[in-house]
Design a protein. Structure first.
Length: 468
């Protein structure tokens, strides 16, 4: 945990609100300045361009990124030379298949050789770690802004404008886990977000959250599908609804059974979007909800077969992305590890942006603590994020008060790292849960080929029937 995190955890509630708003103000200045407003306006226009005009725009930008990377990023100079290609051969999107694809292992192996400038000049990020092996990433300023514009365009499609309040259930520890009484939330007045704790979602506490959202008149909700499902299935079990204008979900596969529960519990459309820390693919739903639109201004998305060749439209393949922004750490032809397909037909909304079918990612489960709190798998990824030294991990709940955490570490994973990881899990699961960590050689996928990062073996009211 960083010093700022420790300070936040130790502070009284009023000071937590102050710190949170100070932090939000800092983020706000970085993310919502004149450059944000100008790029947002550009993308408002470009979403309506016809595909040929967008392709020409992508050609120009991809050429510039590839040439920059070839000249300024040591990894690509070497890697492309080994494959007998050079940057000048890439004049546009159609030439990308000349370049080799790269994986998470390549980025990890390259270290600072993936960067064009020292890391001190860049913003740091991590992959979510749901595959159990988080990765360190770096963004330049333009990438931070473009990512924020992408996020806000998706929100705008769902009817959320800057200034509208939104209740957010993500992975940050907002309120100490030991806290027994509300408020289990903190208001962020800068970004108009009610940051709700994802770690107090018990049958006893859920009515308090719902009352608070009603009391404040909040009409938008954002969170991981599994967390939103905890809220929705609670409402439905009690025969209640919480009518809203839109629900935004991301980071996990949104299952049909979950979307159906959101429709009924929140009586509004769900806008599911796909983005990731590598910042090469962003895709989101428009109000027609026919799959997702690719944000073509953000990156170039390819669907490839096992040999790295493009597959035809409407056929599934590996989702692969190339940045059109990040000069600090250019990520070019990156295999995300997720499966999807491009859809050839234009969307009825009239936007010229490409389209993507549903994305298959990992299926996960919900942990329930001894004191009855439901904990989404995505929020449990957070304690894993600092550890590049973990190759794989898995969390199995096999008793009401016991989780087994399997770890496949690399050689530089130390006892201090392990202690820090355990402390992060303790912070989220509470003192009543016994947390057993076990170092193992490998964690095989299930027979279906799916890798479930969290497996809860106990029956409870928020479980998703993955086979449906
Ligand atoms: Zn559309």
């Amino acid at each position: 945990m960083s010093f700022a995190d420790r300070l936040y955890q130790a502070a009284p509630g009023w000071m937590q609100s102050m710190l949170l708003n100070g932090y939000a103000f800092q983020l706000h200045r970085q993310r919502f300045g004149a450059e944000f407003r100008s790029l947002f306006a550009d993308w408002e226009a470009s979403q309506w361009w016809d595909p040929a005009r967008m392709r020409a725009h992508q050609d120009e930008r991809v050429r510039a990124v590839v040439q920059f990377a070839g000249a300024h990023v040591p990894f690509y100079g070497r890697h492309w030379a080994e494959h007998g290609v050079n940057a000048s051969q890439v004049q546009g999107v159609g030439d990308l298949p000349l370049l080799p694809t790269i994986t998470k292992a390549d980025i990890r192996g390259a270290g600072n050789d993936m960067l064009s400038v020292p890391p001190a000049q860049l913003t740091h990020g991590h992959t979510s770690g749901t595959t159990g092996s988080p990765l360190s990433l770096w963004y330049d300023r333009e990438t931070v802004i473009a990512n924020n514009v992408a996020d806000w365009r998706q929100k705008a499609w769902g009817g959320l404008a800057l200034g509208d309040w939104c209740a957010v259930f993500l992975g940050r520890v907002i309120v100490p886990v030991e806290q027994r009484r509300p408020p289990f939330w903190r208001a962020n007045h800068v970004q108009k977000q009610l940051w709700c704790s994802s770690f107090h979602l018990s049958e006893e506490n859920l009515p308090r959250y719902i009352e608070e959202i009603r009391r404040r008149g909040i009409r938008f909700l954002e969170g991981y599908p599994s967390t939103m499902y905890i809220v929705a299935s609670f409402l439905l079990r009690r025969g209640e609804t919480l009518p809203l204008r839109a629900v935004f979900t991301s980071s996990e596969t949104l299952h049909a059974i979950q979307r159906d529960a959101f429709d009924r519990a929140f009586q509004c459309p769900v806008f599911d979007f796909y983005g990731h820390a590598e910042r090469v693919v962003f895709a989101g739903e428009c109000d027609r909800h026919g799959g997702k639109h690719l944000f073509d201004e953000y990156g170039v998305t390819e669907i490839l077969d096992d040999e790295g060749r493009p597959v035809p439209d409407d056929q599934p393949g590996m989702l692969t992305g190339t940045t059109l922004w990040n000069r600090g750490m250019p990520i070019i032809r990156y295999r995300t590890g997720d499966l999807s397909a491009r859809t050839s037909a234009r969307c009825q909304c009239g936007r010229g942006l490409g389209r993507l079918a549903d994305i298959a990612t990992k299926a996960e489960d919900i942990v329930v603590t001894p004191d009855g709190r439901f904990v989404s798998p995505s929020v449990l990824t957070h304690p894993f994020k600092p550890f590049d030294q973990l190759r794989k991990s898995q969390i199995i709940q096999d008793a009401p008060d016991h989780v087994l955490v399997k770890l496949v570490p690399s050689s530089d994973f130390s006892d201090a790292h392990l202690a820090q990881l355990e402390a992060g899990l303790r912070l989220r699961l509470g003192d009543a849960m016994r947390i057993e960590t076990r170092i193992v050689d490998d964690i095989p996928a299930e027979r279906s080929g799916k890798f479930r990062w969290v497996i809860c073996q106990l029956p409870h009211g928020c479980q998703v029937d993955w086979e449906r």
